[in-house]
Design a protein around this ligand. Structure first.
Ligand code: BGC
Length: 420
């Protein structure tokens, strides 16, 4: 659990022009956000696909790619130039230890990324240097996890939001605790933060839950996915439920069934042999569109003929994969509810699995009720999922704004030891 150094609740009255970089999933986004106050905002963004060789390449190439994308965006958005420097919130959705809001040492890559020489380094100066090399007029003022951004962006528009949750390529959650209640910060807090009642956003990094494998029953498919991943033994919980992995679970099960002569008998299944040949859109589209769609999909994607019995089986399997993922996913949410002592509130959720996997929200809601036994109709439960505001863009902007305000007011934004 990582203190996120957001020590204010947004009021909705924040205003100003901000940039954000959103790096953490399949694409890179550059975002321009105008906070209008009154819980309103406008935003524009550009999306850049992250080339496969950058995802597993060298540190310099990654930052150069990011800075170049940002430079293109700034030139296009601010055709008449910029006075001074534009403040930027950097949404970096990987576990990064923070001693202050404007720094973050990458603990380890997740979600299949494997760029050399970044783990163990503070990523803010690496990005800032690449930006400065291009003479782009931008200063990175805050490093943000996507869950913290989701929490803050959603609180900007819905003040009763209590959690920011991502169910996407990876999984994670954030909530506000109190700075004085965080044992690992004992003795490290400046006086203005140590005072009772100072909120602190916590990036839970619960994708790493049960890395010791003592709580969650893993299937042999989970174990294989973990063993073949770039960081075996890490992100144990995430590897069972996140979007990056669900298509792979389906693929591994089908390969096993094929090996046992249960499906696709006598057919060439070479298209299915490549790791990650099916992303999560496969199980999710199959569940969504029904058995008939299975034959079309497998013919088009892998030139495999699927008979009716196989189609039914694959459809049921996808429902099972989705059900397991959604029910397991709420363990993290339930843990935050128990730890924080919250009794009600809105759960701001985002990510491809939440947004696209059929019935995810319903299954997760039922799962939460199975833990807490609220009873009654789902719409009366004290905690309700809702589709979050864009945390990585708007959230980054609101956090950058809150940070600027704190600094202007002479308040601290990190530990006593941190530079600021
Ligand atoms: C990362 C988290 C992130 C989550 C969702 C995980 O792999 O460790 O930092 O919040 O993915 O993007």
């Amino acid at each position: 659990m990582i203190p996120g150094w957001v020590m204010d609740y947004p009021t909705g009255s924040e205003t100003g022009e901000y940039l954000a970089i959103d790096f953490g999933g399949t694409n890179l986004r550059t975002v321009r956000v105008t906070l209008l106050g009154d819980s309103k905002f406008t935003f524009k963004f550009d999306k850049f696909e992250i080339p496969a060789d950058i995802r597993v390449g060298k540190s310099d190439d990654l930052w150069e790619f990011m800075a170049a994308s940002l430079d293109t965006f700034v030139k296009q958005e601010f055709k008449d130039g910029v006075e001074g420097k534009l403040p930027l919130g950097f949404t970096f959705s990987y576990p990064a230890s923070q001693d202050a809001i404007n720094e973050g040492v990458l603990q380890r890559w997740t979600k299949g990324l494997d760029v050399d020489d970044v783990e163990g380094h503070d990523v803010v100066p690496l990005l800032q240097k690449a930006i400065d090399d291009k003479k782009t007029p931008v200063t990175v003022v805050a490093l943000i996890n996507d869950t913290t951004g989701t929490l803050v962006a959603s609180k900007y528009t819905h003040p009763d939001t209590v959690m920011g949750l991502i169910f996407g390529t990876g999984v994670n959650g954030a909530y506000y605790d109190y700075a004085s209640a965080i044992p690992k910060l004992e003795g490290k807090l400046p006086e203005d933060i140590a005072i009772e009642g100072t909120p602190m956003a916590i990036n839970c990094e619960y994708g790493a839950f049960d890395n010791e494998h003592v709580s969650l029953p893993r299937t042999k498919y989970d174990i294989q996915i973990d063993n073949e991943s770039p960081r075996p033994g890490q992100q144990a919980y995430e590897k069972m439920i996140a979007g990056y992995y669900l298509g792979e679970v389906l693929r591994l099960i089908l390969l096993e069934w094929y090996g046992e002569g249960l499906v696709f008998e006598g057919q060439d299944i070479s298209g299915l042999q490549t790791a990650f040949a099916m992303d999560t859109s496969y199980p999710s589209r199959i569940e969504e569109n029904g058995e008939n769609f299975v034959s079309t999909l497998f013919k088009e994607s892998f030139n495999i003929d699927v008979n009716e019995i196989e189609a039914n089986l694959i459809h049921d399997l996808c429902a099972l994969i989705g059900t397991r993922a959604s029910r397991l996913s709420i363990c993290g949410v339930a843990a935050i509810i128990k730890k924080s002592g919250l009794t009600s509130g809105k759960l701001a959720a985002d990510g491809s699995v939440f947004n696209k996997y059929p019935k995810f929200k319903e299954r997760a809601t039922t799962g939460l009720n199975d833990i807490f036994n609220w009873g009654g109709e789902p719409d009366t439960y004290p905690f309700q999922f809702f589709h979050a505001e864009d945390g990585s863009g708007v959230g980054a902007a609101v956090i950058a704004c809150l940070t600027e305000k704190r600094i202007a007011a002479g308040k601290s934004v990190g530990t006593i030891q941190s530079k600021l």
